[in-house]
Write a protein that binds this ligand. Structure first.
Ligand SMILES: [Zn+2]
Length: 195
């Protein structure tokens, strides 16, 4: 077995979060042993990433014109702002919130060159106004970048007519929304405070 192609397979797999080199090597061997699995996996990856794009209203990822949340008429007009699609899924799957979402795809981080325009503030303001949202819930990580983003969004949404709240009690300092358990997330939602 030539090392080149195997190493590059392991290198790519090891770039995924939570996958160390040993696990990456195990996955690579599994794919080598099951060519049919490797073929269908690569086809699903190719098709998925050709099709998906940001929903024009909420920046969730979708393969339709608008995402399944924005087209769900049973949802209320409040908006929950999240950092990424993983956080959206955690909150939606926990059934804590039956309104609309908005995905920032990052947090304010001047050192990394992430400013207001990358986070889609114009689209968030447009969504809040078009829904006449009674409340905007900032469900962001309890980190320095999360805090900075909450303060900035609170100021940016002044005058939008919405009550801007943020997750509070239960979210430990430094916690990431995606990683906390459903019970803690429920507490954080119930204890949300005005920004
Ligand atoms: Zn959407």
């Amino acid at each position: 077995m030539s090392a080149d192609w195997f190493d590059s397979l392991v290198n790519e797999l090891a770039r995924l979060p939570g996958i160390g080199r040993r696990t990456a090597a195990r996955l690579a061997f599994a794919l080598v042993d099951d060519r049919e699995l490797a073929r269908s996996l690569s086809e699903v990856l190719r098709q998925t990433f050709e099709r998906i794009h940001e929903c024009p209203e909420c920046r969730n990822l979708t393969d339709a014109e608008r995402c399944s949340i924005c087209t769900d008429l049973s949802r209320n007009a409040s908006v929950c702002v999240v950092e990424n699609v993983a956080d959206l899924r955690s909150i939606d799957d926990a059934g804590l919130f039956r309104g609309r979402f908005f995905v920032l795809h990052g947090l304010l981080s001047p050192l990394d060159g992430i400013g207001p325009s990358q986070l889609g503030i114009d689209r968030l303001s447009a969504l809040v106004r078009s829904l006449s949202a009674p409340e905007v819930i900032l469900a962001l990580d309890a980190t320095a970048d999360g805090e900075a983003t909450c303060s900035w969004l609170g100021r940016s949404l002044e005058g939008s007519g919405a009550r801007v709240t943020r997750l509070a009690r239960g979210l430990p300092a430094g916690a990431s929304v995606e990683m906390i358990d459903a019970g803690t997330l429920t507490q954080a939602f119930e204890g949300r405070q005005k920004v």
